[in-house]
Structure formats: structure tokens, C-alpha cells
Design a protein. Structure first.
Length: 146
């Protein structure tokens, strides 16, 4: 599926989220919400491309999150953010909810220099595959549908 809406890069996540009225639980959350949709962050320049794959032309985003737990040495906030993303992706998948995608580059685990830049993908997405658990690792796939 070819994208039909232009991408405009904005400096900072908060500014990009505000363009579509999305709010994060806290500034480091891995997912946000509008009144009617989840907004998933697609780090398109992630240092581990095997964990975060994005293809703009085909309209596909796949994410793998390794196991997260305090027992494995992760901070409680990291586990909480992973659980928040897990629950949002599971809800979107189970209930076939339409979602939005925020393209991100230059984040903590990104390879682009010069700070965080983000762009709202103007299309509608849907989680088409989902499996795993926070404790054992999980993955999901989103596809652009409209």
C-alpha cells in the first residue's frame, strides 16, 4: 500500500503527539492515546532493526520487545512502560481497534543524530498479529489499513 498523505517532521515527541491530541501517561511512555485511538511509536532508525521493523511504502510496522521484569534487572518504570505497551497492543489486536502511528527518529535507541524528530502518519493502522507476554517477550505487527 502506497502512502497517500505527506510526512512532516517535527522536533520533539510532545509537539508531534499534540498535533493529533495524543497524551502519554508520562514523558517516557512507549504508547499514547487520543480520545478514540492508541498511538504507537515506530522508531524507524532503531539501533536493533530486528526488534523494530518499519516499511513506509508497504505500510507495515513490526515490533519485538524482549522480556522485561525486575527479576531480570530492569527498572520498575521500564517494566511498567513495557506492560503499558503490551496492554495497548493486546487491546487493539483483540478488539480490532484502529490505531495511529507516530514515526520517530533520534530517540535514545535511535541512530539518527540531532535530537528526536517525529512525524504523524496520517493513515489508520490496525494490529494484525500479536503474541507473547511482558515476562517472556512479545511482538506485534501493525498494518496501514486506510
Amino acid at each position: 500500500m502506497e502512502p497517500t498523505k505527506p510526512i512532516k517532521w517535527i522536533e520533539g515527541l510532545k509537539a508531534a503527539y499534540s498535533q493529533i491530541g495524543a497524551a502519554q501517561r508520562d514523558q517516557y511512555s512507549w504508547v499514547a492515546q487520543t480520545d478514540d485511538a492508541y498511538v504507537f511509536s515506530a522508531e524507524i532508525d532503531h539501533i536493533h532493526p530486528e526488534d523494530t521493523a518499519y516499511n513506509h511504502k508497504e505500510g507495515i510496522f513490526a515490533k519485538h520487545v524482549p522480556p522485561r521484569s525486575t527479576g531480570l534487572g530492569h527498572k520498575a518504570l521500564t517494566v511498567s512502560h513495557s506492560r503499558e505497551l503490551f496492554e495497548a497492543a493486546m487491546d487493539a489486536y483483540t478488539n480490532k481497534l484502529k490505531c495511529r502511528m507516530l514515526l520517530v527518529k533520534g530517540s535514545k535507541y535511535g541512530t539518527t543524530k540531532g535530537g528526536i524528530k517525529a512525524a504523524v502518519d496520517g493513515h489508520i493502522w490496525q494490529i494484525t498479529e500479536f503474541n507473547g507476554s511482558v515476562e517472556n517477550g512479545y511482538s506485534f505487527k501493525a498494518e496501514r489499513v486506510e
